[in-house]
Design a protein around this ligand. Structure first.
Ligand code: KG4
Ligand code: ZN
Length: 400
């Protein structure tokens, strides 16, 4: 079975193609991401209307490239190439893509130029995410489903982040996945931390999830981005703060000191988080520091901020792991690429006998198509419901 997966929930356009069978690990035939960082950087965060525009522009070129990589891109034979697609089909395609003006143009050209590839299913992220961005991928999936006459596998973006932990990263030559997906790893506690989400999820099995706690305000990645903006470190803030913090950690005694920040909700009895107060605490502390001094303090501020976030995230995750007798702990989402967070998770895992740790490869932490394809692989194995071009829609606030 070949699955084509589309991810457009935020600012990355992701397309992946996998070959999946009865084996535990599908083969990744193509996995491409087109990042919009440059477009959003001047605004210090993702602008939904610009994200929509960029997804529309990038989707078909990326699809052609992915199909080419997987060896499925076959131009139509010389004569039929100049034939139009049947007018009734073209009319429906235009209706499906009516709200995606730019995608409509490139899609129709693509449909006229190439033979139908050997793809069996189309997987698409339907939510949660930015509504205008989600719709581009959803409508592209609907158009492909109609034109190729293939069913759709609707995927929750958070489930995609979770299943990124199960991707055997053959392309990079390293595997972070050492355990078969079996009773050995469930129940598992997964911390999903990205620019849009912070959730602690109890996984009883793939497809059986319970949200134990979540952020009451900002997501962890959003806090990284906002603090980085205050410090003029650019967007995305996570990697920038992490780089500055490393400078501080490398020359601890030489850099300036900075007062400790709060660890919000560390002692609350639930598994919820809150990061907006932490961001405000950084802001207030900056107002008390002489402007000329701030630059010198950036590594110290970054290190303290990162440590505060890592302290709270890891404390609550491992508290949940103990309380729910988890066999494993997982980390997911863009912030899971953070080295200090990964190291802390390794340290804490080693303190609990028998506990396993799953970490996605760094390139599968931020949004990508492969994780959506991986989730689709499990949907197929578990015979979960399919969708079609007539009943698929984007759901910005979808819950896992
Ligand atoms: O998963 P993702 O690509 O998009 C969402 O679904 O939100 O996550 C992007 C977020 C951004 O907020 C970015 O600053 C953060 O992940 N991020 C990091 C690191 N790399 C990316 N945060 C902390 N440390 C990092 N190394
Ligand atoms: Zn994400």
């Amino acid at each position: 079975m070949r699955v084509l997966a589309i991810e457009t929930s935020c600012d990355d356009t992701g397309i992946a193609i996998i070959e999946t069978g009865q084996k535990n690990q599908p083969e990744i035939l193509a996995d491409l991401v087109s990042s919009q960082i440059k477009t959003h950087a001047p605004f210090g965060g993702v602008v939904p209307t610009l994200a929509k525009r960029e997804h529309q522009k990038n989707l078909i070129p990326l699809l052609e490239q992915a199909l080419g990589q997987a060896n499925f891109l076959k131009p139509k034979k010389f004569f039929s190439r100049f034939k139009n697609i049947p007018s009734d089909k073209e009319k429906i395609l235009k209706e499906i893509l009516d709200r995606e003006k730019n995608l409509k143009k490139t899609f129709i050209k693509f449909a006229k130029k190439y033979q139908i590839p050997q793809i069996d299913y189309i997987a698409a992220t339907i939510g949660p995410g930015l509504e205008p961005a989600l719709w581009v991928g959803v409508n592209a999936a609907r158009a492909l489903s109609f034109f190729w006459n293939k069913p759709i596998i609707p995927i929750n973006h958070i489930e995609g982040h979770i299943t990124a932990n199960f991707i055997f990263n053959k392309i990079g030559g390293i595997s972070n996945f050492q355990f078969p997906i079996s009773k050995e790893i469930f129940p598992s506690v997964c911390l999903v931390v990205s620019g849009g989400h912070t959730q602690l999820i109890l996984i009883k099995d793939i497809g059986r999830y319970e949200i134990l706690g979540e952020t009451r305000d900002d997501a962890a990645g959003e806090a990284f981005d906002k603090v980085a903006k205050m410090l003029n470190l650019g967007y995305p803030g996570g990697p920038a703060i992490s780089r500055e913090a490393e400078k501080r950690n490398a020359s601890f005694s030489q850099t300036k000191t900075y007062p400790p920040l709060p660890r919000p909700m560390m002692d609350s009895k639930d598994f919820d988080f809150s990061f907006s107060g932490l961001k405000t605490a950084v802001l207030y502390s900056l107002q008390k520091i002489d402007k000329k001094e701030i630059k010198k303090l950036i590594p110290a501020i970054s290190a303290e901020f990162q440590k505060a976030v890592v302290d709270v995230l890891s404390y609550k995750t491992f508290k949940a792991a103990k309380e729910f007798s988890a066999r494993s702990v997982m980390l997911s989402g863009g912030v899971a690429a953070n080295k200090e967070l990964r190291n802390r998770f390794m340290e804490e895992t080693n303190k609990i006998t028998g506990l396993k740790l799953l970490l996605p490869a760094a390139n599968f932490c931020t949004d990508n198509g492969a994780m959506i394809a991986m989730a689709a692989h499990y949907h197929l194995r578990k015979n979960l419901p399919l969708a079609n071009w007539q009943n698929l829609s984007a759901k910005a606030n979808l819950r896992i």
